[in-house]
Design a protein around this ligand. Structure first.
Ligand SMILES: [Zn+2]
Length: 474
């Protein structure tokens, strides 16, 4: 039986079930050890420091050392710097920025992200990212002066990013891990755009962006208390597929198997393996209904990305002036963050980043043959560094991969005798010699983890940049 969100404290003791078979190789002692390192106390210390900057509104002051978004960003950079000194310079700190103007940014404002980059040992161009946004807001989107603690939105996600960096920077991984603290989310996902553009400029092969936004509250608006679930939102059809790619996807019925969706399934499987009392709830949407987050900018650039958000949101604690009205305490205060729960969500992120960065890349160019025959043949392009592959399949109405067969060595195709191509969805994962397994990649461009770059020039951003247009004839 699946746990359900129960009222009041009852949900506190609901245990997550364990599925019989999940798309992972055996339990990895490294991941167990890393997960155990995550500290609720550290997360609380970090979030308390962030709240202490008064407001972190994107338009707030940047000169002060104690107040506003500039001070907050510099403090985050100093935390990454201290971690880097502790790991022999393993983190490179970068602060990409772009200047934006628009309805939510009345005067040209530099939106700066703070990135800590932990270079991979053997596959440094392959990149996995954890992101959260440091900027905050109150009721008036343009109010850059009022106290805007943003303890949960998104002090929780920012604290998770910093804690993941502290834990993971003690290890080395084949692929690169990027810890991304973004700005400008509330004004229009600008920091997400800065990150996505930077990733394109750097030529990163981004395999995953885990965007943590609102991940620390357990008291839902309707009275439900839920500290045993976390939602992972993932798109179906890829944001910028071409008409031709859309036709190929439609003819194969592959709308449920984007790389982002298979990343979410990977997280669910890791949660079952490594975490007690936290279950990933897969949400088949890019984000909450008609709402957005920074990962959407990564999707626009063709990178796999998911949004991680608490199970039960509380809207009296988001985007609100600090006040008491009819006995309700409005505002995004520290009291609205459950740090034991935030630690669980952070553990899920740490397990996912470590598993992705330790495994080979997922196979690409996955294809099927076997129409009008009793068997199915699955083909894929071999992956550098992969010691084995696993072919996965599941019923077309099933949310998680169920059946699998391993294929060793240089295999790049496999025939499943008696498995009818029409009745199942198929995918392939790759495994390292030490047993780390990638997410499952489904067929074609719609299922590949490789970047699906936007066709033609990048779509114009909704809010134009600050530079005035030159006058005709000049
Ligand atoms: Zn947010």
């Amino acid at each position: 039986m699946k746990p359900i969100a129960l009222g009041l404290a009852a949900a506190l003791v609901v245990a997550a079930p364990v599925r019989a078979e999940v798309p992972l190789a055996g339990e990895q002692p490294l991941i167990k050890a890393l997960v155990a390192e995550v500290s609720a106390e550290r997360l609380e210390d970090t979030d308390t420091r962030l709240v202490g900057f008064g407001t972190r509104h994107t338009l707030s002051e940047t000169a002060s050392d104690t107040h506003g978004i500039g001070a907050a960003r510099r403090w985050v950079a100093s935390q990454f710097q201290a971690m880097s000194e502790a790991c022999g310079g393993c983190l490179q700190i970068q602060t990409p920025s772009q200047t934006f103007t628009g309805s939510r940014i009345p005067t040209p404002t530099a939106v700066m992200d703070v990135l800590a980059i932990q270079r991979g040992t053997t596959d440094p161009d392959r990149v996995v990212i954890i992101s959260g946004h440091i900027d905050t807001r109150v009721s008036d989107i343009l109010d850059a002066k009022s106290p805007a603690p943003g303890a949960n939105d998104d002090g929780s996600g920012t604290s998770a990013v910093i804690e993941a960096a502290r834990v993971l920077s003690k290890q080395r991984f084949p692929a690169t891990i990027v810890y991304a603290v973004l700005s400008g989310e509330e004004q229009g996902l600008f920091g997400g755009k800065v990150l996505a553009d930077y990733a394109v400029q750097q030529g990163w092969k981004v395999e995953a962006d885990l965007n943590n936004d609102i991940v620390g509250n357990i008291h839902g608006i309707g009275g439900v208390i839920d500290n045993t679930h976390v939602r992972v939102f993932s798109e179906g059809a890829r944001t910028n597929e071409s008409p031709e790619q859309a036709r190929a996807r439609q003819s194969a019925g592959e709308e449920l198997d984007s790389p982002s969706r298979n990343l979410a399934r990977f997280m669910q499987a890791l949660g079952e393996r490594y975490l007690l009392n936290l279950e990933v709830k897969l949400i088949y949407r890019p984000d909450r209904f008609r709402r957005g987050g920074d990962h959407l900018e990564m999707l626009k650039q063709g990178f796999p990305a998911v949004r991680v958000t608490e199970a039960a949101e509380n809207y009296t604690r988001q985007h609100q002036d600090i006040r008491v009205e009819n006995g309700i305490r409005y505002g995004d205060r520290l009291e609205g963050v459950d740090f034991a729960y935030l630690a669980q969500v952070t553990r899920l992120n740490v397990a996912t980043l470590a598993a992705l960065a330790a495994a080979p890349a997922p196979p690409s160019e996955v294809d099927l043959q076997g129409a009008v025959s009793p068997d199915t043949t699955v083909k894929w392009r071999p992956v550098p560094g992969a010691a084995a592959y696993r072919v996965w399949w599941r019923d077309t109405t099933e949310p998680q991969w169920r059946y699998s067969r391993p294929f060793l060595g240089a295999a790049h195709e496999a025939t499943l005798a008696g498995v009818n191509i029409d009745d199942w969805f198929f995918g392939v994962s790759s495994l390292s010699a030490d047993g780390f397994e990638s997410p499952v990649a489904a067929i074609g461009a719609s299922g590949s983890f490789e970047r699906l770059a936007p066709a033609g020039p990048p779509a114009p951003f909704a809010i134009p940049p600050a530079a005035p247009m030159p006058k005709p004839g000049r």
